[in-house]
Design a protein around this ligand. Structure first.
Ligand code: ATP
Ligand code: MG
Length: 744
């Protein structure tokens, strides 16, 4: 493969990183400096050097990032081999290993995945059953935190619990019961996927004996378990590339370890570290204000990040009377920018980034009122909608009847006149007998068990027909592969057996149509998934390792369900790029690594960011930094004098330093024809013919007018000197109207 093409879009340091022959390589650099771009190019370069894709592991942080990366690599190598890479989130890669080799550590092939709502449901049940006083959500995050830290902290925890408060004891019990419940239902939760994979690779390192290279994006947010996994993946060849930015570490609350870089240097003393110092994403003005924010953290290790774009328009900081007004203002602003820029921007170019998902409601309402399409990232997932969840629960039970919670959710949907209390009592009975709900129900129906729970006659008959549906479906999934039902056929089978459409009409009246459409959408997705598998696009099969017993890994239904459980979001129509343009609403956490031409950050008040419940102020500041650095051309921050509860607020302390003030436009956004010019330069998009800005060379407004209003500083050097004096820096800015030099 010719690798010249791979190296042309890179600056010198990126080039050095991509084609480095160092075994362990760390690329540490600021936002927008092309870390992900470099990692992607390096993956392609390694393949060009002759590595086989199935021997290369690439781990990313989100499903979306994984998909994007696969696409980018595909474009670089152009031979379709990217689909053969072991590429995905840590969770999805671990799942693949467990599906393939889990039997070596006694994990049953047909394990299911408990997503976070499943985990919560299980914990709630335990808390109720034992009448604990702990909050299930708190318990869930403590359990997860404990698992994520594994053995290292176990000791400390044990010491702590030596004092044994009632709460600690309850938590202890809850932890044990939870693990037990998962085991009985043959489920692994998100944390287990990683932990059990660590366990597998420790005991059977030969499972990864083929792995030639391991590449990891967003390294700053890996936790200890993920660090261990990285080491285990690379145990044989020790060829590792990590990219990260300590300034963007925002998952401390999930036990991510900023210390992992030091661990890396300790474990691999020959690690070559490369810095990237140029920012290719944001305008100079956005970058300057973001740097001003992050540099308030005196404990941070300074690093250089230089603009490559023009200074552009100053970020806006706007104060509004109330949260409603703020949401309306954002919508008006979106419309105004759209109006001014014509075809230069579409709605996909806009994002609203939130400190907490709960802030989205007002924004959604305002956008909805204005008829502006939007998508929610990290909101209620498609798969969590009740009508979809029911069908998925049927599939999960058919795949794995021991899944107590899924079974409990569908045993009376549609109604079989099995009341809540009966279900609860059956569950309890099963729990006490240390058996699963399924084996109890099966026993009753087959007359092998007599339940303590009283069942009236129609109930028993209904139960029996339910069991019959599950057993029939299961039978259709066994036998010779070519005779097995496909996932899509299975969905149709379930829909028919439970008269689902009719049931939706009966139970959801007016909205049944929308719900039925969602069910149709699920079928489309299952069809696509099936095609992807059969055409090899979603080929997740790991390479075979000689001497390790391998099992048939071709179970379509399990793969589909795992894909569902690990998808962080699913958009209806976005995949093929044929989507309607939509504004993105996302949490800041979920926006990591991404970029948009126009970014809004509402609710920048004390209590929201930094969040009132946050323990680590520096992490909150890093969050704001991550949010600000997502913007390419326009950045809007805003806060309301009163929050949505009507309480008075004050501006976030991160935005109050006097040195920041001249960099922000606090009077109100000055959208002018020069703004359109600057956007087109930064985005390197041509000015649309539809905008009616007349540009003569004499009247061509200088981009920096925004920063030096009415002062008439014509000389670029003078401007630069002024800007540097103002910000206390010594930078070279791209000034004036000529396009910045491209490094392509
Ligand atoms: P983050 O820390 O936010 O994840 P990053 O360092 O991973 O950022 P990328 O997303 O890889 O940065 O790159 C930011 C933008 O800069 C992308 O649009 C990318 O295509 C562009 N870019 C990266 N390197 C170059 C380059 N050498 N020339 C031109 N554009 C580049
Ligand atoms: Mg990145």
């Amino acid at each position: 493969m010719n690798c010249d093409g791979l190296l042309t879009n890179l600056n010198k340091s990126q080039h050095a990183a991509v084609s480095s022959f160092a075994d362990t390589l760390a690329i540490l650099a600021g936002p927008g400096s092309g870390k992900t771009h470099t990692l992607t190019s390096r993956t392609a370069w390694l393949l060009a050097q002759g590595l086989q894709p199935w021997n290369v592991i690439v781990a990313t942080f989100t499903v979306k990032a994984a998909r994007e990366m696969k696409e980018r690599i595909g474009k670089l190598i152009g031979n379709g081999m990217e689909s053969k890479l072991i590429l995905g989130t840590f969770h999805s890669i671990s799942r693949r290993y467990l599906a393939r080799y889990g039997h070596l550590i006694d994990i049953r092939k047909d394990f299911g995945i408990a997503d976070s709502s499943d985990s919560l449901a299980i914990i709630k049940r335990i808390v109720k059953r034992f009448d604990f006083n702990i909050d299930p959500k708190v318990a869930r995050s403590r359990i997860s935190g404990r698992k994520a830290r594994t053995s290292v902290v176990e000791e400390g925890e044990a010491r702590k619990s030596a004092t044994k408060s009632v709460e600690a004891e309850e938590f202890e019990r809850c932890y044990i019961e939870y693990e037990d419940a998962l085991k009985r239902s043959n489920l692994l939760d998100y944390d287990d996927l990683l932990l059990r994979c660590v366990d597998l690779l420790r005991k059977h390192p030969s499972c990864v004996s083929n792995v030639e290279a391991v590449l990891i994006d967003e390294f700053q947010d890996t936790n200890l378990v993920q660090f261990d996994l990285m080491r285990l993946f690379a145990a044989h060849k020790k060829r590792i590339t990590i990219v990260g930015d300590p300034d963007q570490s925002i998952y401390g609350f999930r036990a991510a370890e900023i210390k992992n870089y030091r661990r890396m240097l300790h474990q691999y003393p020959d690690t070559v570290t490369i810095a990237l110092e140029e920012n290719y994403r944001s305008s100079g003005a956005i970058l300057l204000s973001a740097l001003n924010v992050i540099e308030q953290d005196s404990s941070r290790v300074a690093k250089s990040l230089l603009p490559t774009h023009i200074v552009g328009t100053r970020p806006v900081l706007r104060k509004l009377a109330g949260a409603h007004k703020e949401a309306e203002w954002i919508v008006t602003e979106i419309q105004r920018i759209k109006g001014l820029t014509g075809d230069l921007l579409d709605l996909n170019d806009f994002a609203v980034l939130l400190r907490s998902a709960s802030l989205s409601r007002l924004i959604e309402t305002a956008l909805g009122k204005a008829g502006i399409a939007y998508r929610m990232v990290g909101g209620l997932r498609f798969y969590d909608r009740v009508e979809i969840k029911t069908i998925l629960d049927y599939l999960r039970v058919i795949n794995q009847p021991d899944n107590n919670d899924a079974l409990a959710r569908i045993i009376n949907t549609p109604s079989r006149r099995i009341g809540e209390s009966t279900i609860k009592s059956l569950l309890e009975e099963a729990d006490q007998a240390k058996m699963t709900l399924w084996s109890l129900v099966l026993g009753i129906v087959q007359g092998k068990l007599s339940a303590k729970t009283q069942l009236k006659n129609p109930t028993e008959k209904n139960l029996s027909s339910f069991v019959h549906i599950i057993l029939t479906a299961r039978a259709k999934l066994s036998g010779p592969v070519e005779e097995r039902m496909s996932t899509v056929e299975l969905i149709y089978f379930v829909l028919k057996k439970i008269d689902y459409e009719e049931w939706l009409v009966e139970h959801h009246g007016d909205v049944h149509k929308a719900r039925w459409e969602n069910v149709q959408e699920l079928i489309t997705q299952a069809t696509d998934f099936q095609d992807a598998i059969s055409f090899g696009y979603e080929d997740e099969t790991l390479p075979g390792i000689d001497g390790l017993e391998q099992r048939d890994d071709s179970d379509q239904l399990s793969k589909f369900l795992a894909n569902v459980a690990l998808a962080s979001e699913v958009k209806k129509d976005d995949e093929e790029g044929i989507s309607v343009a939509q504004v993105t609403i996302s949490t800041i956490h979920a926006a990591k690594g991404l970029e948009w031409p126009v970014v809004f950050i509402p609710a920048t008040y004390q209590g929201s960011i930094p969040h009132s419940r946050a323990e680590d102020t520096n992490e909150e500041r890093r969050l704001l930094y991550v949010a600000m650095t997502r913007a390419k051309a326009l950045l809007y921050m805003s806060y309301s004098l009163k929050n949505s509860q009507g309480e008075e607020t004050t501006l976030s302390p991160f935005l109050t330093p006097p040195s920041l003030a001249p960099l922000l436009d606090q009077k109100g956004p000055s959208l002018r024809s020069s703004t359109v010019q600057s956007i087109s330069q930064i985005l390197r998009r041509n000015l649309p013919s539809t905008t009616s800005i007349t540009l003569s060379s004499a009247s061509l407004p200088s981009i920096e007018d925004d920063l030096f209003p009415k002062e008439g500083i014509e000389n670029a050097q003078e401007k630069e000197a002024r800007l540097n004096a103002m910000t206390g820096r010594n930078m070279t800015f791209t000034m004036g109207q000529q396009a910045p030099k491209r490094r392509r």
